[in-house]
Design a protein around this ligand. Sequence first.
Ligand code: 7GP
Length: 836
Amino acid sequence: MQTLPTPPSGSVQIEDDRTGLSIETLKRAFLDNLFYIQGKFPALASKNDYYMALAYTVRDRLLRRWLNTAETYTNTQARTVCYLSAEFLMGPHLGNNLINLGIYDQINQAMTELGLDLNELLQQEEEPGLGNGGLGRLAACYLDSLATLEIPALGYGIRYEFGIFDQEIRDGWQVEITDKWLRYGNPWEIARPDWAVEVKYGGHTESFIDEHGNYRVRWVPFKVVKGLPYDTPILGYKVNTANTLRLWSAEATESFDFGAFNSGDYFGAVHQKSNSENISKVLYPNDEQYQGKVLRLEQQMFFVSCSLQDMIRILQMQNMSLEKFPEKFSVQLNDTHPAIAVAELMRLLMDEHGMQWDNAWNITTRTFGYTNHTLLPEALERWPLKLFSELLPRHIEIIYEINRRFLDDVRIKFPDDPGRLSRLSLIDESGEKYVRMANLACVGSSAINGVAALHSELVKQTVLKDFYDMYPEKFTNVTNGVTPRRFVVLSNPRMTSLITSKIGDNWIKHLDELRRIEQFADDPGFRYEFRQIKQAIKQDLANHIKSETDVEVDPSSLFDIQVKRIHEYKRQHLNALHIIHLYNRIKANPSAEITPRTFLFGGKAAPGYYMAKLIIKFINSIGEVVNRDPDVAGRLKVVFLKDYNVKFAQRVYPAADLSEQISTAGKEASGTGNMKFSMNGALTIGTLDGANVEIREEVGAENFFLFGLTTEEVAAKKAAGYRPIDYYESNNDLRQVIDRIASGFFSHGDTGLFRPLVDNLLHKDEYLLLADYQSYIDCQEQVSQAYRNWDHWTRMSILNTARMGKFSSDRSIRDYCQNIWKVQPVPIELKDYTQS
Ligand code: 7GP
């Protein structure tokens, strides 16, 4: 190792190896970490060693900000947002931290001088896939914006040992592989064993009268599990604020049951340990599909109880009384997964801290806010009463009491309305009994919001209508947003430099300023550069596709991309019908004028969701035929890219010409991929669903390809008795598409393979693909025509980027702060610990 030069006394300031930013210091610090943390010297080091050494070098530069932030929050007793979420889909940390620290170029230079390629090292990071899709990724964007806006905040969740599965494609089918993301260690987290807490399950309760003559309850659990917190710093963009993501890992209270061990039951002794650790073992891979498994309820209770106990610890450490809980903390429930928090906070306040009901209830309801993320009925969480009571005997008592008092309030507001009472009850008693988590969240929160304007309206009119009637003042909207740091600056450095060269870099923090590039939309030079950049990015993706799948795609073709979880309501199969329509046109007339297109798909299907998995096979089967048919002559290519995740998403959004946002109106709560595409200059083909409505308003109807039925039309059609077969029978083109599938043409003659898909479309078609088919095809034809005029297309593309300011997650977080959390920024000053 290099030795430090001795400075001439008093004249030269030596840069500290853990904080310095000069290229020389960065190189030295990097080699030092390689040596002392990885235990390697360059000749022995693997790519992963280099990645780790770099990660530690960057983490060192974060730590001062992180500790300064924690210290400032402690000293000022700052009001803090706690974001409770069963999922945080963070994506790789390294690149984002380089951007937010503002040292991307320096590190790039330092690596180059050491003969290393920063891009390769960035690719090395195994991303923490601790989420399924939109809900988990939104939580991650919100942490970025909270830190950037200097808002005191903690993210609380579960440190799953295995995140969302890795997806392989074999013979066109999805195969799930365990995600061992912690295999090589995680340089971004720090364990905090001294803040471990305990969580109880099962057993029974006993009541007693305490020394003040008060009625109290004691819970005698069947098992106790230890929760160990792991902290990850979340740095804001070019600020000193570094907030904390605190994820809980489950451990047995005693690693061995020594009693059992000594009596010779070695297996039994270890069994108890592995049983407890199961709680944080694996993320449930279902997206918008509720699964009533005990382990899932154990997970929810686990992270919620750990987090609330942690908040109480923080409050007490700051010498604040429990009465101050709602002033110190605003706690947001990310959907109903953490809704048990309402009962758990009541229990902690009453049973563990001796508070009386009314006081505890007042504190609880002032603390929580609840965000709804879906209207799909199959996602609504309700736990079988028996299962719930056995696992959480104390919580069910509390829920009964909340319910008793709540229903009394309902009776006063709506006398003689038994139907309403049974719909609002926290317990579903219509058949087998269930605990309704959304009802618990609504009663226990002071604010309830949906995630896009349309969605928030539908929440009030449908799933939560009775609650809206009861508490209209609780309801608001906060339209989702995404972070431009990760999804523009990091993902699209070329477009970022072009924009910055014209309007400076203020837009990165104030995305509305992107409007200032509108003035260049008619500037031929700017258009040219904008288009060249898109072309270069498409070429990169084409190379990647070639190396991954061996399919050759034409980078000048229209890149038509749909990436998101596979779900029938998102209608990836409608997109597929369009491909078959184009293919049929070519087969009918090989010299037909077809705008060359590359269709790209990516996304995981829940392992138990048969239809979604069949859709993946369907897309791959179409690709197999279309990609090699000589009549097509390369004009159409269909590629399904395996293992879609955050890391890959970052390469995909900038390469898109067309973004597919084609869910049945009324089904997609918001969508956030739609925003990421459009910010990167893709045009959208979409329905009036979720945030598409607002995106279209912002970018202008003339820069958006709209098709399909509206929410009201969908409802009316269903009410009138929708018959998909009528569309099949009356539309020749559609019939040919469906018949082509049914004939076994895409399945080596096997007419059975896609029968479930075809039968479903013809006889059920819950998501109205056939009703929207012609409108979609016509709209796609407009897209094809528009793409032929590249200059005009580029203009529309620039205007999309320029007008996406509203969809920065900074705006969403400002909305939450003002309307729901009532919390103010607390700027952090950098203090130099090395001097003290
Ligand atoms: C998703 C919604 O489907 C998507 O439209 C929205 O943009 C996203 O949340 C963020 O708000 N919902 C989920 O991912 C989900 O699992 C069930 O919802 C609770």
